[in-house]
Design a protein. Structure first.
Ligand code: MTE
Length: 323
């Protein structure tokens, strides 16, 4: 389902989120805040919605960002019904079917390794007050499909500063929750659980790298990695690990699930690169989900179009070797 396209000329100062009706997530908190009748009517009372937003953002403003693309975002329907989240199954519709069962409150994150402030923190305690921005980013999956997603989140570097990275640290690793009772994919040996991924510290500190806690200016849906996930827009989507419960600073390169599974097909870096094909398919083009009558393919851009911000990170590296 596509939204009406608003010609730019009529909306000179508005981002997409300003012209998009607020999507409603039929979750427990919304029910408590607005009542079943309001949901049935298709809208929450303004005050209840404001209270709910305050609860999620800590009353913070969500700022727009110069890093956002002006490409048209995919609809919420597309973003929440075509997912990779193997903890909930291998099919693109499995997360939509299964992920609502995930309990995301309370949520704790363990911070360990080479940090000044190690510990296990409640999510709000760990990230509360970090400046939230809307970042409308392209997402390019290694499987050669893509979307445009209006995330809300904060720059990872602001969290790294809060936890205090020790000077010896060179990498940051992340882990997803292991809870087979709620994650049917984890009852099967699809991957080696927990799902893990990581970045070089300078990649993690790049202003494009965010931790997302929202989407379309509402709390992150479970299918997209609630309550908090990584988003690294110049890398293939599998680097953007969902539902994070551990952040570890290390001197050594952290284990990354797909790289460990098949290092010949999935490199540690996994930067989007149309010139380096996957051993089993071309990466030169991509299929934009919901895009065009014939689902026609479009060229894939170097670093997914974020070259000007990130090319320096890889100066002097042979990108076909360090893929
Ligand atoms: N994180 C976890 N924990 N498990 C996963 O299976 N899939 C990855 C990534 N993060 C995955 C994950 C892949 S392959 C992609 S393309 C993106 O999430 C998809 O994000 P989206 O479903 O929010 O679009």
């Amino acid at each position: 389902m596509r939204r009406t396209h608003f010609p730019k000329a009529f909306t000179p100062d508005l981002g997409w989120a300003d012209v998009t009706p607020k999507p409603l997530f039929m979750n427990r908190r919304a029910l408590m805040a607005g009542g079943a009748a309001a949901l049935a009517a298709g809208a929450l009372p303004r005050a209840a919605l404001a209270a709910w937003e305050d609860d999620w953002t800590g009353g913070e403003e969500i700022a727009a960002s110069r890093f956002s693309t002006d490409e048209e975002p995919n609809s919420l329907d597309e973003i929440t019904n075509y997912n990779n989240f193997f903890e909930f199954g291998t099919g693109k519709e499995d997360p939509a079917r299964n992920a609502d069962a995930l309990t995301t409150e309370p949520w704790e994150i363990t911070v360990d390794g080479l940090v000044e402030n190690p510990g296990t923190y409640d999510l709000a305690e760990l990230v509360g007050g970090l400046p939230l921005e809307e970042r409308i980013y392209r997402l390019r999956c290694v499987e050669a499909w893509s979307m445009v997603i209006p995330w809300v989140g904060f720059e990872l570097r602001t969290l790294l500063d809060r936890i205090g990275v020790r000077p010896e640290a060179r990498f940051v690793g992340f882990e997803t929750l292991v809870r087979p009772e709620e994650m049917p994919g984890q009852r099967r040996g699809i991957l080696e659980w927990p799902y893990r991924d990581g970045l070089r510290l300078d990649e993690a500190r790049n202003p494009l790298t965010i931790m997302a806690t929202g989407l379309y200016r509402e709390p992150l849906p479970n299918v997209n990695g609630a309550p908090i996930r990584l988003v690294v827009p110049w890398k293939y989507g599998f680097k953007s690990i969902k539902s994070i419960v551990r952040i570890t600073l290390t001197e050594e390169q952290p284990v990354c699930t797909w790289n460990q599974q098949n290092p010949r097909e999935y490199g540690f870096y996994s930067n989007v690169n149309p010139n380096v094909d996957h051993p089993r398919w071309s990466q030169a083009t991509e299929r934009r989900i919901g895009g065009g009558l014939f689902n026609s393919r479009q060229p894939t851009q170097m670093f997914n179009g974020y070259e000007e911000y990130v090319a320096d990170l890889y100066a002097g590296m042979d990108l076909s070797e360090h893929f």
